[in-house]
Design a protein around this ligand. Structure first.
Ligand code: 481
Length: 285
């Protein structure tokens, strides 16, 4: 019987899980940074592909749940999302391999380039629009980020900005980070319904996006300055919002304010935000 007559089994070519990367395919290079979660290093994959490898310190995340989710995450593909290439899960610590972004976090980029960015409203708005496009794709796929902030976005060549670590927060074991009363919980990016009931949604991502816009237009200032978390919670629940950054046009601040509507249903979707920001961008040229 000729091969073309036999039906090809659906598992053909998938002999091993395609999201599983063999460590021998990685050439580990310099360290990019570290945190309580472990170390991040640059690496060459299959000799030529630039990647970032997160080496997750044992005990920082629920690894089996994450490895299961990684299969879904590798399918989320968009020009403004940091692409997950795969995982090395057959050893400890596990490695999370993503595309490499050569200019590091958006937060550090804003702080390092404040002088050349502060007057360039068009460029700052374009950065916000790129993040909005990535978030609109996640929203369309009913995928909630849970820790959107300038520190969790990355900058690549030609001022490309991409959203990173979407959904990763669900697998962090440190309850100082996961519970809203914890010292590491991102209080300053959280809306009332998350502070009170940890009710995450794409609309809580929209609130965080408003704060990210404020970070961009202040070139990386800390929201609410040195206020303690308890003072921020009190203000947010009373409806006190961040003030307009100096370098920000009124119509851009109006978009931020809509993201900070007290009720999640009053906040725009990322889909709507994308159109509103594109309109504002046209008005700037
Ligand atoms: C000229 N400048 C020189 C200095 N500089 C750099 O050193 C630099 C260059 C490139 C960098 N790129 C990346 N850096 C990182 C990176 C670096 C340090 C720390 C981290 N942190 C994380 O990955 C991370 C930490 C915590 C968490 C949870 C949600 C668990 C709380 C999730 C993720 C990432 C990840 N990347 C993924 C793709 N590309 C990168 C990072 C830094 C930037 C360029």
């Amino acid at each position: 019987v000729s091969p073309c007559d036999r039906p090809v089994p659906p598992t053909a070519g998938l002999s091993h899980d395609k999201w599983e990367i063999h460590p021998s395919e990685l050439m580990i290079l310099e360290e990019l940074g570290s945190g309580q979660f472990g170390v991040v290093r640059r690496a060459k994959w299959r000799g030529s592909i630039d990647t970032a490898v997160k080496m997750m310190k044992v005990g920082t995340m629920s690894e089996d749940d994450f490895i299961e989710e990684a299969k879904v995450m590798t399918k989320l593909q968009h020009p403004n999302l940091v692409q997950l290439y795969g995982v090395c899960s057959k050893h400890r610590p596990i490695y999370i391999i993503t595309e490499y972004m050569k200019h590091g976090s958006l937060l550090n980029y804003l702080r390092r380039h404040e002088q050349s960015l502060i007057g360039n409203m068009g460029l700052l708005l374009d950065m916000c629009i790129q993040v909005c496009k990535g978030m609109s794709y996640l929203e369309r796929h009913n995928y909630i980020h849970r820790d959107l902030a300038a520190r969790n976005c990355l900058v690549g060549s030609e001022n490309t900005v991409k959203v990173a670590d979407f959904g990763l927060a669900r697998y962090v074991l440190d309850d100082q980070y996961t519970s809203s009363g914890g010292t590491k919980f991102p209080i300053k990016w959280a809306p009332p319904e998350v502070l009170n009931y940890t009710r995450f949604s794409s609309k809580s991502d929209v609130w965080a996006y408003g704060v990210l816009m404020w970070e961009v237009f202040t070139c990386g200032k800390m929201p609410y300055g040195r206020l303690k978390n308890t003072e921020v919670v009190e203000r947010v629940q009373r409806g006190i919002i961040l003030e307009k950054p100096k370098a920000c046009a009124k119509e851009i601040y109006d978009v931020m304010r809509k993201c900070w509507s007290h009720g999640p249903e009053d906040r725009p979707s990322f889909r709507l935000l994308k159109d509103q920001l594109a309109t504002v961008a046209q008005g700037l040229t």
